[in-house]
Design a protein around this ligand. Structure first.
Ligand code: ATP
Ligand code: MN
Ligand code: MN
Length: 301
């Protein structure tokens, strides 16, 4: 009889992709996912991920020793990532200019993995119009005791309330605990206006249903409630990018779903880095047609 052994996914063979050192290093020890596996995942999903995560400033969660060890957020770099990871100069509050990182191809994603990155967080604005968000995000953070059904209901509620204001929205599984409700925007309004809208909208929901929602950061007020984190919508803030892996148990990834699919989903960590093929197929599926796309601007609130 034939002995079938699991061969680890080979590191990307594409000569245009950067070499992965220590490709056998276990980045997710709990799920046997190596650095090479993670690089292969990003190389595979690059075509569906880059439209959302490319050509905009990103912050990376780097865990050089794997997800169970020290991780840190990184948004600037002096050049150690090599020339496949690019830099965009951004004016800071104090008037100085800082270079932020961005990628625009599979090689850039893989170069970040080579540097120990697991997660890609991004701005809600593209390099082409850094002051004009093309995406508003409501990050729903359920308190410990709540289950995913509550989060789903909350996401649906936001969808309906946004629709009443004429705004189309889409659910993104965070890969962690929650759901992000993503509102595509035509880049027109600037950060202060988008932040103001997001804040008023979240606060109105919390005021209408104070037992269910909270729109302030204070942890103490979150007991048994869902925090509508609207603070992703300020200049310099980031949110997890679609298809980004998460540095969490099980190697989950963030993933777009349709509103109908969300109803049949029972965890925000439904997809993992093992699901590259599924995710690519899904991206071309009828259910996800038009996901994240809408020409719309914010109404007055
Ligand atoms: P979950 O569904 O488990 O909440 P999440 O990605 O929404 O996953 P949050 O902790 O709610 O995780 O964070 C929301 C977003 O805030 C992140 O996606 C990230 O972009 C940003 N963020 C979180 N922590 C930091 C940090 N230390 N530095 C910079 N940005 C952060
Ligand atoms: Mn969250
Ligand atoms: Mn949050």
């Amino acid at each position: 009889t034939e002995v079938v052994t699991e061969t680890p996914a080979a590191p990307p063979a594409d000569p245009k992709l950067p070499k992965i050192s220590s490709a056998d290093r276990l980045i997710f020890p709990d799920s046997d996912v190596t650095k090479g596996d993670l690089a292969a995942y990003y190389a595979a999903v690059a075509p569906v991920m880059l439209p959302w995560a490319g050509d905009r400033p990103v912050s990376l969660v780097r865990c050089p020793q794997g997800r169970a060890r020290a991780c840190f957020f990184q948004k600037h770099d002096a050049g150690s990532f090599g020339d496949m990871v690019h830099q965009v100069p951004i004016r800071e509050k104090d008037g100085s200019t800082e270079n932020y990182l961005y990628v625009d191809d599979a090689a850039g994603l893989v170069a970040c993995v080579q540097m120990g990155s697991i997660e890609f967080h991004g701005w809600g604005a593209a390099n082409a119009a850094l002051e004009k968000p093309d995406r508003m995000v409501f990050d729903l953070d359920p308190d410990e005791g709540l289950d995913f059904a509550d989060t789903k209901k909350a996401a649906e509620h936001l969808k309906e309330q946004l629709a009443e204001l004429g705004l189309v929205s889409f659910p993104l599984l965070s890969g962690g605990k929650g759901v992000h409700v993503v509102v595509p925007l035509t880049p027109q309004a600037e950060w202060p206006a988008v932040k103001d809208f997001a804040s008023r909208f979240a606060q109105a929901l919390a005021q209408a249903e104070p037992d269910r929602f909270v729109a302030t950061m204070a942890k103490a007020k979150r007991k048994g409630r869902i925090f509508i984190d609207w603070l992703r919508n300020q200049r310099g803030s980031t949110a997890i990018m679609p298809y980004s892996a998460r540095a969490r148990a099980g190697a989950p990834v963030s993933a777009p779903v349709s509103w109908t699919e969300l109803r049949d989903t029972d965890t925000a960590a439904r997809f993992t880095v093992r699901d590259a093929k599924t995710l690519i197929d899904r991206a071309g599926s009828r259910a996800l047609q038009g996901w994240g796309i809408a020409n719309q601007t914010l109404p007055d609130l």
